[in-house]
Design a protein around this ligand. Structure first.
Ligand SMILES: [Zn+2]
Length: 385
């Protein structure tokens, strides 16, 4: 039985079908990878995912006098009155509960030269296959300064875990974090690592699949996208069955992860919000509270914590929110004890990129213009090291 220390206030949000996630035993505390959450005293369950939901898409409505006047009307009305335009700002509505997602864009998916949605989801579409809102990349959940280096995807025990892209199994054992094969105290539990057949800008790409109940692939095996690597479990540092999924670029190490939400293809018609928020010194804001409305979860976002999380080489972001239905969204940033807000459009299959600086406030930058040598979905074949 998983411990539950969720307050009354948040208990209403609990969906018992979505019980997460990473925690750890005090004995492995010093070893913790970011995916694992340390609890020194009681062991605390992660605040569970609220149910997934698609946001409504508010639209700007311009209402006016639309009655058509005939010539006779006009003649009899020397001074026609025109209703002033009324401009209704969109109001975020209730967040519907839905687990539905459109099919994903085909991989590799890249609308701009800087996109790299190269991976399919590691969980099939008949299950929840998107990141838990409470356990996003760059978050710190319990222990001080233990940063989450992947995303957690909720699933029932023994749900198949699928290869997110073609590659070779280079690790399939306990002991990934501690680099001690067979170490059953390792916080990743039973985990598989793929070295992919393609890379990005000359660097090798890896994906990590942790907490398996059973490994169903073998060292050296070549797999294709969608092949089963293992089954969902709760081995290692976790409070419940889920997949911890990482994307690593350049080297297969804990410190070379990037946000998987920038690497997994979005659902068709949906987009991704990416932000870079900095303070008066131009430093990235750490753990700043950001709300996006409507959003698929009641859980507010936070910018990356300082630590093992890495920003994308191009965007240098500290905030990513994927799986947003295209439409208009309000973003609220709590900065220096004030709630600052602005609006952004999310476009199908694209990244909407914004910055916040102390000096200039919010700015939304247009999508980057592809360079002449850009081909959508270009990936660089890499020969295995
Ligand atoms: Zn995790």
């Amino acid at each position: 039985m998983k411990p539950s220390f969720v307050s009354q206030a948040t208990s209403a949000l609990i969906d018992t079908a979505h019980q997460p996630r990473c925690t750890s035993d005090p004995s492995v505390r010093s070893l913790l990878c970011a995916l694992m959450i340390v609890f020194s005293i009681t062991g605390v369950s992660c605040i569970p995912a609220s149910t997934t939901a698609t946001g409504t898409t508010p639209t700007v409505v311009i209402a006016g006098e639309t009655a058509i006047k005939t010539a006779a009307d006009m003649n009899s009305t020397p001074r026609p009155t025109i209703e002033p335009f009324r401009f209704f700002l969109p109001t975020p509505g209730a967040e519907p509960i839905s687990g539905w997602r459109p099919p994903l864009y085909p991989v590799p998916w890249a609308v701009s030269a800087y996109d790299h949605f190269y991976f399919a989801r590691p969980i099939a579409a008949d299950n929840v296959n998107w990141p838990l809102a409470e356990y996003r990349y760059g978050g710190v959940f319990f222990a001080p300064n233990i940063v989450h280096t992947g995303v957690d995807i909720d699933a029932e025990e023994d749900t198949p875990i699928l290869a997110a892209g073609p590659g070779t199994v280079i690790s399939a054992d306990w002991g990934l974090y501690t680099e001690a094969p067979g170490n059953t105290a390792d916080p990743y539990g039973q985990a598989v690592v793929l070295r992919h057949d393609f890379g990005y800008k000359g660097q090798t790409l890896y994906t990590v699949y942790a907490h398996m109940s059973k490994i169903a692939s073998t060292l050296g095996q070549h797999v294709e996208t969608g092949d089963v690597l293992g089954l969902i479990g709760s081995t290692g540092a976790t409070t419940g069955p889920h997949l911890h999924f990482e994307v690593r670029l350049g080297s297969n190490t804990f410190y070379s992860t990037y946000n998987p939400e920038l690497w997994m293809a979005p659902p068709q018609g949906w987009g991704v919000l990416v932000g870079r928020l900095t303070d008066e010194d131009g430093k990235l804001l750490n753990k700043s509270l950001v709300e996006v409305r409507p959003m698929p979860s009641e859980v507010p976002l936070r910018t990356y914590a300082e630590g093992a999380a890495n920003s994308d080489p191009h965007y240098q972001e500290n905030l990513v929110l994927s799986d947003l239905p295209a439409g208009l969204y309000k973003i609220v940033l709590n900065y220096k004890d004030k709630d600052l807000q602005f609006w952004v459009d999310i476009y199908p299959g694209q990244i909407t990129y914004f910055t916040f600086t102390d000096e200039n406030g919010f700015e939304v930058l247009p999508p980057p213009v592809p360079t002449l040598d850009f081909l959508p979905g270009t990936s660089t074949p890499i020969s295995p090291p």
